[in-house]
Design a protein around this ligand. Structure first.
Ligand code: FES
Ligand code: FES
Length: 363
């Protein structure tokens, strides 16, 4: 579906009704209205935030047009950027590939946004950019920045080399209309721990560029390795070596970032970003119809294509309590905003924790 423009209501109603305004301002009076984050390694502070723009609109508006607008509804991946953040669920830094067309700007406070411009350029390409280009993984190039950033996120999260399967999964949010996926996957598989030369078995290859006898072995460049040897990333001849140590670091200042409650907006729309459950409950108690937003994957589509208006939105993605989980004696407790990627790891951990009997799948 093509994006459509929705013309603003000429006489907008106040974002929040007068009675609720009074109550809301009483609970949000100490909230901050400044957004602080890092963009490609540089600190950014924004005071006058337009509450209606997405991360993609902001990036393209400041000239970072490498990130593309395709479907505007989270379906094509052309707008993929990486948002690095401390993950309160896993207690580690996580590099999330994010659809910037859906992400509200408020969601990047305290995080590091990395766009395709931040990882390399034509003179000094990132290995992911170089291998997609040299591997003929790009024709018109419209999808390519998004594909590169999905691959980049995977590499950042798996510095010891991702598996063939992880590489395939990394692209499940990216569409390409003209190249075809084979060369894209072949190029990406050069980073895998198994098929480092781009002849992945999952892709129909034999697993090695040196193989003979129609893929039946004999001559594989890795045959000399013993099982107890650590897997070493293989760099195909003619390609830049991928060295995780040279990547953009997670800004040390962000490790100490103080997540303050935020409130900003105009007459048409207001954003609130509570950082504790107590603050969230306070807002909901004085303004029950405020729209709760986690990933914004549904709400942004409603706003763009169904002309829905949410005058007061509450971003709950930075409330650590909602990202926790714990194993109880007879049940598993999972926060309402635990992301699906983490949930996958949690249920695997839970299956081990509870054992084969309790951990089995209901049928
Ligand atoms: Fe298609 Fe964002 S533009 S997913
Ligand atoms: Fe044209 Fe992918 S290279 S859409």
């Amino acid at each position: 579906m093509a994006p459509i423009a929705i013309s603003p209501d000429p006489t907008p109603a106040p974002a929040v009704s007068p009675s609720a305004t009074h109550s809301l301002s009483s609970v949000t009076t100490t909230y901050d209205d400044t957004l602080r984050f890092y963009l490609n390694g540089t600190r950014v502070t924004i005071d006058n935030i337009d509450p209606e723009i997405t991360l993609l609109e902001y990036l393209r508006g400041i000239g970072l047009t490498g990130t593309k607008l395709g479907c505007a509804e989270g379906g094509c991946g052309a707008c993929t950027v990486v948002v690095s953040q401390y993950n309160p669920t896993t207690k580690k830094i996580y590099h999330a590939s994010v659809n910037a067309c859906l992400a509200p700007l408020v969601s990047v406070d305290g995080k590091h946004v990395i766009t395709v411009e931040g990882i390399g350029n034509t003179k000094r390409p990132h290995p992911a950019q170089e291998r997609i280009a040299k591997g003929n993984g790009s024709q018109c190039g419209f999808c390519t920045p998004g594909i590169v950033m999905s691959l980049y996120a995977l590499l950042r999260n798996n510095p010891d080399a991702p598996s063939e399967h992880e590489i395939e999964e990394a692209f499940d949010g990216n569409l390409c209309r003209c190249t075809g996926y084979r060369p894209i996957l072949d190029a990406a598989q050069t980073f895998s721990n198994k098929a480092g030369c781009g002849k992945a078995t999952s892709n129909g290859g034999g697993g090695c560029c040196m193989e003979k006898n129609g893929g039946e072995g004999g001559g594989c460049c890795k045959n000399g390795f013993k099982d107890d040897q650590p897997i070493k990333r293989f760099t195909p001849p003619g390609f830049i070596e991928y060295n995780p140590d040279t990547e953009l670091i997670f800004p040390p200042a962000l490790r100490k970032h103080e997540f303050k409650p935020l409130a900003f907006g105009n007459k048409r729309k207001k954003w609130y970003r509570p950082v504790t459950m107590e603050q969230l409950l306070e807002i909901k108690s004085v303004y029950p119809s405020a729209k709760i937003i986690g990933g914004s994957t549904e709400t942004q589509i409603e706003i763009k294509f169904k002309a829905m208006q949410y005058s007061a939105s509450v971003f709950v993605g930075d409330i650590p309590e909602l990202r926790q989980y714990s194993f109880k004696d007879d049940h598993l407790e999972i926060g309402g905003n635990v992301v699906l990627t983490d949930l996958e790891a949690i249920v695997q951990e839970a299956a081990k924790h509870y054992g084969p009997e309790k951990g089995q799948v209901f049928t």
